[in-house]
Design a protein around this ligand. Structure first.
Ligand SMILES: N[C@@H](CCC(=O)N[C@@H](CS)C(=O)NCC(=O)O)C(=O)O
Length: 219
């Protein structure tokens, strides 16, 4: 039993961000899984955080939801490698990549997950999403030229947020094996031509992701 409880829906990109950040900073937690067999039952997360979306935490009675807020909370309150930066320019650069992940990558991710939950594949829409991803990642491909990380010499929240939102479109077999949703994504979505820096970056970040089965997720 730790003093940090994490309400979790593991394959979701916003949850992946927090799982990677926790592993990177070496923070132990107790996972409380949303039951995929009974997804409408949110009693536990609502009791802990007053809302129903994951990820959400309860740390010694401090209740918090939203992945971006949680990354900030972990960075402010726990030791370990930094997710943000003391330096003003570096910090603003990290926040710039957070905006990019939300505004430039987010709509394509939303389209892909929307299709998954609809239960039907629309090939035209798949092609549009893949083209949109290729267009949106030109800037990222250039920024990663000759570099492992987006800001400075270590992984930060910039890398974690961007890779968590792009990961579903460049999953390798080992990553996809973590979840049925990801296997479905792997068969449809791809970043397209000339995105090797983006793919390598996503795999570099995803290496920090724990096995979902380690906290009982087998779906
Ligand atoms: N802005 C929020 C988004 C939270 C969110 O939409 N969570 C999704 C998973 S990515 C969720 O819990 N979905 C379950 C549902 O809609 O019932 C964050 O970054 O944490």
């Amino acid at each position: 039993m730790t003093n940090l409880k994490l309400h979790l829906l593991p394959p979701s990109p916003n949850n992946v961000k927090v799982l990677i950040a926790l592993a990177y900073k070496g923070i132990d937690f107790d996972a409380v899984l949303i039951n995929p067999g009974d997804p409408s039952n949110r009693d536990s997360i609502i009791a802990d955080t007053g809302q129903c979306l994951t990820p959400a935490i309860n740390h010694n009675g401090v209740k918090l939801f939203d992945s971006s807020a949680i990354l900030r909370y972990l960075d402010c309150n726990f030791p370990g490698p930094r997710l943000y930066a003391e330096d003003r320019a570096a910090h603003k650069e990290i926040e710039g990549w957070e905006s990019y992940h939300r505004n430039q990558l987010g709509p394509h991710l939303g389209g892909a997950f929307g299709m998954f939950f609809s239960g039907e594949t629309d090939d035209t829409r798949v092609a549009q999403i893949n083209q949109g991803l290729n267009d949106a990642t030109a800037k990222l491909e250039e920024a990663l030229e000759g570099k492992d990380w987006l800001v400075g010499d270590t992984m930060t929240a910039a890398d974690i947020t961007v890779a968590s939102f792009l990961g579903y479109s460049c999953l390798n077999d080992e990553e996809a094996a973590q979840s049925k949703v990801w296997q479905w994504m792997q068969q449809r979505f791809d970043l397209g031509a000339n995105r090797e820096n983006c793919r390598a970056h996503a795999h570099r970040v995803m290496k920090h992701l724990p096995q979902f089965s380690s906290f009982g997720w087998t779906f």
